[in-house]
Design a protein around this ligand. Structure first.
Ligand SMILES: [Zn+2]
Length: 216
């Protein structure tokens, strides 16, 4: 399922509107003119996917839909997201009503927010130990779980704050972290999911810009 769902989305601009499709057509679906030999704007651009293979991210904050649905397959845009933190070997640490999990699979299509810059060797070196020690804390025993106040997000943010504190940096509140790091990524993801859904049902998805002059 993953391969088909991850099929690229390309954007073509010819006579004004944005045309989204899986593969560039012969003729512009908006005006019917041939695209071959058309000027530069018609060159198809592959849209970067906002999703990452979570088990290949080192020291990252990950989000994925709760349960079995993937962002590009079954996710309805409203259901809850589950979050986790990767160690440097692609294990995803996450907390739920069963306690701490160290997942080797299941996070193949995620929104990923890097927490460690690649040049922070000192922190990268200690990361796995810090994450393991933090996760062994009593706060993350199964019975402490509360759906709203002491959940996967509480766990991930508390770990991030423990690292910030150890580095002598200021802690972040949940709303601060969400607004600064999570929302910009979820907005991009949500646009991409819409395009993906449109292109599952139709060959093209054409977005007209209201004030644009027709160009051909
Ligand atoms: Zn056209």
């Amino acid at each position: 399922m993953a391969a088909a769902e991850e099929a690229a989305i390309v954007r073509v601009r010819h006579c004004g509107p944005d045309i989204f499709c899986r593969r560039p057509p012969e003729r512009c679906p908006a005006c019917g003119c041939p695209l071959r030999g058309a000027a530069l704007p018609a060159v198809p651009v592959r849209l970067p996917s906002p999703f990452r293979h979570g088990h290949r991210q080192r020291g990252a904050f990950l989000l994925r839909p709760t349960g079995a649905a993937a962002f590009l397959g079954g996710y309805d845009g409203n259901s809850d997201l589950h979050v986790g933190i990767t160690n440097t070997n692609g294990l995803v640490y996450n907390y739920d009503e069963e306690g701490i999990h160290r997942d080797e699979t299941g996070w193949e299509q995620c929104i990923s927010i890097p927490l460690v810059q690649p040049d922070m060797f000192g922190l990268l070196h200690q990361w796995d130990k810090l994450l393991e020690e933090f996760s062994a804390g009593e706060a993350w025993l199964p019975h402490r779980y509360e759906e709203h106040d002491h959940n996967c997000y509480t766990y991930a943010l508390a770990f991030i704050n423990s690292v910030l504190t150890a580095q002598g940096k200021q802690q972040m509140s949940k709303s601060e972290f969400t607004e600064k790091f999570v929302i910009p990524q979820t907005k991009k993801a949500s646009k991409y999911i819409t395009l993906h859904q449109e292109l599952t049902a139709n060959e093209f998805y054409i977005v007209y810009h209201p004030d644009q002059e027709k160009q051909c």
